[in-house]
Design a protein around this ligand. Structure first.
Ligand code: GLY
Length: 578
């Protein structure tokens, strides 16, 4: 029996058949709200979203304002120079998805990152002007506002403009976000001028003022997306690209279009999942893994048990092969959406899972690809129950680390998400497939998974995360932790994670995800399990639950209307309700 022992700080208790009550886990209390909830990776951006909701804006208005604000206060991933996805579920149950992912420039070619011998040129797809895809964020935020928002462009850009022009004080979490980027930012004079002082990292308590970015925001505020794509901003980015060996051209910007797509939908144990379709792999792969796991009594088997871990790993192994082989930009590739979301396909995979021994990745069809850790996700619900999940990114932390002089805009290195050369492992040890080959105007495949779960026609959970190819499993595990393991939202997001992505054929875990005896059982079955020393922070999930802190509280109907949680791994983030 699951019971709640305290009204405020919750602790989930399990009453074993012996009658002894055992505390499973404790965690900070998630945030509560009755009229709305905003959860982002930077607390000032969260405040911007809450103020928009309080001023009568809807969740899309708040999401647009937060998108602009994060571009100022969270330059590691918030952006105007990158791209992303927005999943929307309106209060009337309508769902939609806006794709504002970057696109390859018109002059891009399949082998643009290979040398004369056909080998990848180190750093070409990550650290140079060739790495930059045509940005989509401004077009995406404006398309969302125009179609689903209620506030004016000026109103929604004003908070970001203020933060850029007057600056904001760097707190410890902001300093931590900059720590990994300072060396890279120092290489680019235009970036160093903004983000460093005399070549040194900005100290705690410094005020970061971004005058060029303020000018760009002002231009967008007055002229809309055209000011960016058809005006001086595009001119300045193209000029910087031409001066530095890049291939971006003005027609690439003029041709940029947001795609409104049908989200991927599936069900898991009576819950309805709505998530990202291609050009993201996220929604399809979450659905495929959940469909496979639905056939097992995961709740009974328990969080962190050898059996649950084994089943998750095998489901992930199979789903990531599909991700890596078959998926790409829907305008260029026919994606097997029906197959990957079908319960029958999941059943056929279950039938092939060996109950006693680890599967062998090399025996499954090869391919693969992945991306960097840095991206950001935010979740918003408003007073009417409109829910928005946004994940957007520069790809690497601070993207290329390059700013086009005069714009204040950090430029993405999203082109690295394409297949550079089929079969060759990328920066993250992943190999890539032909469906994701570079073509002009094409978007690279993503893992970003802004997801909304509903139950009985009502919103239940809004969730997503950064984390490169682990975005999918981070989002998946937060959902499973709530639905299968009865965790409260904060515990569900903070709980140590497990990840397998077909290749390399090993199970990655966060520290203390599995006990020593569990590790021994898995090793005995042939699994190679390790903590990933190179990747200490996997992702920073941002989620909202509707109706309570956990399933138990939602069932009683006595919980707060909205509960929000920012990952405890996120140093600068916050969840705030009102
Ligand atoms: N660059 C991260 C992603 O799109 O998945």
């Amino acid at each position: 029996m699951i019971c709640r022992v305290s009204g405020h700080i919750t602790m989930t208790m399990l009453l074993w058949s012996t009658g002894a009550a055992v505390a499973l886990a404790a965690s900070p209390a998630p945030a509560e709200g009755e009229s709305g909830m905003v959860v982002t990776a930077q607390h000032l951006a969260t405040d911007v979203g809450v103020e928009v909701l309080k001023a009568g804006g809807n969740a899309v208005d708040a999401a647009v304002a937060v998108g602009y604000a994060l571009a100022v206060t969270y330059p590691t991933a918030g952006n105007l120079g990158g791209g992303g996805f927005m999943t929307v579920r309106l209060a009337d149950g309508t769902t939609t998805f806006l794709d504002f992912r970057e696109r390859a420039p018109g002059a891009a070619t399949k082998n643009m990152y290979l040398d004369d011998k056909g080998e990848p040129v180190p750093g070409a797809s990550t650290d140079t002007y060739l790495a930059i895809g045509v940005p989509g964020s401004v077009a995406g935020l404006e398309a969302a506002r125009e179609k689903y928002g209620t506030k004016t462009r000026e109103e929604l850009i004003a908070p970001a403009l203020h933060l850029a022009k007057d600056g904001f004080v760097l707190e410890q979490g902001d300093i931590a976000a900059f720590a990994d980027g300072n060396d890279m930012l120092a290489q680019d004079p235009a970036a160093a001028k903004i983000f460093l002082k005399d070549g040194q990292a900005l100290p705690l308590g410094a005020t970061l003022v971004q005058q060029d970015l303020a000018k760009t925001l002002e231009a967008i505020s007055q002229g809309g997306a055209d000011a960016f794509y058809k005006g001086a901003t595009a001119d300045l980015i193209v000029k910087a690209s031409e001066a530095n060996g890049g291939i971006l051209a003005k027609p690439d910007f003029e041709a940029y279009k947001v795609r409104e797509l049908a989200p991927v939908e599936c069900s898991y144990r009576g819950y309805d999942i709505v998530s990202s379709p291609p050009p993201s792999s996220g929604g399809l792969i979450i659905c495929e893994i959940l469909n496979i796991l639905e056939g097992y009594p995961i709740s009974y088997l328990g969080y962190g048990s050898a059996e649950t871990t084994r089943l998750m790993v095998e489901a992930m192994r199979h789903a990531y092969v599909d991700r890596n082989t078959a998926l790409g930009d829907p305008d260029f590739v026919k994606n097997p959406v029906e197959k990957l979301t079908s319960k029958g396909y999941a059943e056929s995979i279950r039938a092939g899972i060996d109950p006693y021994h680890a599967g062998v990745s090399a025996e499954l069809t090869p391919a693969g690809f992945g991306e960097s850790t840095e991206t950001t996700h935010y979740s918003i619900v408003d007073k009417d129950g409109n829910a928005v999940a946004v994940t957007y990114t520069l790809n690497g932390s601070f993207g290329t680390g390059k700013v086009a002089e005069g714009t204040g805009i950090l430029l993405n290195n999203e082109m690295d998400d394409f297949t550079m050369k089929p079969g060759v492992p990328n920066l993250y040890g992943l190999v890539q497939g032909e469906a994701n080959a570079i073509e002009p105007g094409k978007s690279p495949l993503s893992s970003m998974s802004p997801t909304i779960v509903s139950k009985d026609g009502k919103p239940f959970m809004v969730i997503g995360s950064p984390g490169g190819s682990r975005i999918i499993t981070i989002t998946l595990e937060a959902i499973m932790n709530v639905i299968d393991h009865g965790m409260d939202l904060q515990e569900a997001i903070d709980a140590p994670r497990v990840h397998h992505q077909w290749l390399p054929d090993r199970v990655y875990i966060e520290p203390r995800a599995l006990s020593p005896d569990t590790l021994r059982i898995l090793a005995g079955q042939g699994y190679r399990v390790s903590v990933d020393e190179d990747w200490p922070i996997w992702g920073e999930a941002a989620g909202i639950l509707v109706g309570g802190r956990d399933l138990d509280e939602i069932a009683t109907g006595e919980g707060p209307r909205y509960v929000g949680a920012i990952d405890s791994r996120a140093a600068a983030g916050s969840a705030r309700g009102y």
